[in-house]
Design a protein around this ligand. Structure first.
Ligand code: WT7
Length: 574
């Protein structure tokens, strides 16, 4: 780890809110953030109003809220358009009796209809449950069943994956598609939208009323329903300002799907709370199409994930030169460790530092981040955002000094902290088992400057011959090797060493697997990092198992290795 430290990329960003950060950090209070909203006075709130209608009321109805592109559609919606459309769908929902507190799920690919549906569900005070479009039958059923969802918005294409007969509580299906056959409980989305009024009352709720239910996988058991409330918007708004650096006139692109928390907190809420143009791109990853999206929409702030940046790195520098990316001002990353090599590459090729941010589905918003113009130490997640107190603690709750690895923990509460695990109080309490702290399940250490360094999930840390080895550190080194596209590292039980380090590796274009290459890669780590961190075993794979948010699923690698069942795979890519 000493190797990753010491190196600082401290170039002033061309534009940032560092001034605000410095001013507010010492006497920061969430109350000051609240005062930016009118509901500070009334106590009655609705996030959809703050994200959309408020801007129309402020005379910005003609400004562009949504730029949608996919291989078949290219559409633009103003704040006024989204207000009218979400009102229309709110009226359709109400006509079927949907009201405050109901769980209403959305299950469809990214489309303007998806964003309109989410806003409308929130507008009527219902709790939105986003499902990723690639979920298959069981994943869909588990989530609808556990949440007791009464309605689902989906497409005709995805409908076969919804086992309606097994879901007695699911009474309404809002279907987006053509030639919809009338049937009890089935509503033709486009047809009813045409008839619905563009005026609707907003359901004013309390700040602690339900907003969204995101299901996320743990290492055991079925996925957990992480429940967030309207109050979370304080975190979305504030981090949108000091971390995403959003300003009037920005064009912002978050590449995540709303099926994952990044795609809602930062793909919907933060940008629209700031009234900026939000770019949404459907379809699959392709370096050319993604760069084209930046060029065409003149994106200024770009939030993506390490897996995407690594793929860009794999695609090389030449393709970057074919596009005009000069509108970019600020680049961020989330979801898994951002390898130092990727930060260096990004700085060289994009001319911008990629800012890592750390948070989780459960935290609802960003907590530990690299601010726009703070010095970046490549490989570090950054520092806690104002209002957040993070620490490394041991299993008894004792705060550890710098450089000691332990549980990454956050002082409770903060505005976007989850308020429930749906139907599962014991699981919820596990996170808060040490009084006053939220235990993230990640291990990390803090350095003498207050930067946090991710080490792994609690169950991923490898102990080889008494040496603690963070898999991330080894993976980061591995991807620096010219032949390595991606790497996942696990501890493999070993009778003499406790565990040995085993690496699963996918190779870059133009490299063929061989025993020589294995030896060379292992030597590369040994020489570049340390002998005890070098993989004793390497296995080449065409692709590595990853979650949709791009995290290499080490537990799947481990299960392969040990011939054990891989557990819940509902979040796996493909
Ligand atoms: C876990 C949460 C919330 C965004 C999407 C992922 C890992 C997240 C980082 C980072 C290292 C990271 C952690 C965390 N993670 N960001 N910047 N560096 N690890 O949300 O699916 O709830 O996963 O992702 O292990 O606990 P999620």
């Amino acid at each position: 780890m000493s190797q990753l430290q010491g190196e600082i990329i401290s170039v002033g960003a061309p534009s940032s809110n560092l001034g605000d950060y410095v001013e507010t950090y010492d006497n920061f209070s969430w109350e000051d953030v609240e005062k930016q909203f009118s509901w500070y006075e009334t106590g009655k709130v609705n996030l959809a109003y703050e994200a959309i209608d408020r801007h129309v009321d402020a005379g910005k109805g003609d400004q562009i809220a949504l730029r949608f592109n996919d291989p078949t559609r290219d559409e633009t919606y103003t704040f006024g358009d989204l207000q009218a459309k979400s009102n229309q769908f709110a009226n359709v929902l109400r006509s079927r009796g949907i009201s405050k507190g109901d769980r209403v799920f959305v299950f469809m690919p990214r489309s303007p209809e998806l964003y309109v549906s989410i806003l409308a569900i929130i507008k009527v005070g219902a709790v939105v449950g986003p499902l990723f479009e690639a979920f298959m039958e069981t994943a869909v059923k588990d989530r609808l069943e556990d949440s007791g969802a009464v309605a689902l918005v989906t497409t005709t294409a995805l409908l076969p994956r919804v086992k309606r007969k097994e879901l007695p509580l699911l009474q309404h299906l809002f279907l987006v598609g053509k030639d919809i056959v009338p049937e009890k409980g089935v509503v033709d989305y486009y047809k009813e939208m045409e008839l619905a009024s563009p005026e609707a009352e907003i359901e004013w709720v309390n700040r602690e009323d339900g907003l969204i239910l995101h299901y996320t996988s743990g290492s055991t058991g079925k996925p957990k329903g992480v429940y967030h409330v309207h109050n979370a918007m304080l975190q979305h708004y504030y981090t949108g300002k000091v971390v995403l650096d959003l300003k009037e006139g920005d064009v912002y692109w978050c590449t995540a799907d709303p099926g994952w928390v990044t795609g809602t907190s930062y793909g919907i809420f933060a940008p629209w709370l700031h009234g900026v143009t939000n770019v949404v791109r459907g379809g699959r990853f392709s370096p050319g199409d993604w760069y084209e999206t930046i060029q065409k929409n003149k994106v200024s702030v770009w939030y993506s994930a390490p897996t995407a940046f690594r793929m860009f790195m794999g695609a090389g520098e030449d393709i970057v030169k074919q596009y005009d990316l000069s509108t970019l001002r600020h680049i961020l990353s989330v979801g898994e460790p951002l390898n130092p090599e990727v930060v260096r590459w990004g700085y060289k090729v994009y001319g911008h530092r990629i800012h890592d941010t750390w948070w989780m589905t459960e935290t609802g918003g960003q907590l530990i981040c690299n601010y726009p113009s703070m010095p970046i130490k490549p490989g570090s997640m950054g520092k806690p955002v104002p209002g957040i107190h993070a620490a490394i603690i041991d299993d008894n709750g004792k705060v550890l000094p710098p450089h000691r690895m332990g549980n990454l923990a956050i002082r409770t509460p903060w505005p976007s902290m989850m308020r429930l695990i749906w139907n599962n109080a014991p699981k919820y309490e596990e996170y808060f088992r040490i009084p006053g702290w939220y235990i993230s399940g990640d291990t990390a250490y803090m350095d003498e400057d207050g930067y946090f360094w991710f080490q792994g999930r609690i169950d991923d840390v490898i102990n080889s011959s008494g040496e603690r080895v963070g898999p991330f550190e080894v993976e980061s080194k591995l991807v620096e090797h010219p032949a390595v596209a991606e790497a996942g590292v696990i501890g493999k039980p070993d009778p003499t060493r406790g565990e040995i380090i085993k690496a699963f590796i996918s190779l870059r274009e133009g490299f063929a697997p061989s025993e020589e290459l294995k030896a060379e890669i292992s030597r590369f780590v040994k020489e570049g990092l340390s002998a005890h961190a070098a993989p004793r075993e390497i296995e080449f794979k065409d692709r590595l198992p990853k979650t949709r948010s791009g995290k290499i699923m080490r537990r799947v690698l481990k299960a392969w290795e040990l011939n054990l069942p891989a557990g819940d795979l509902s979040t796996i890519e493909d």
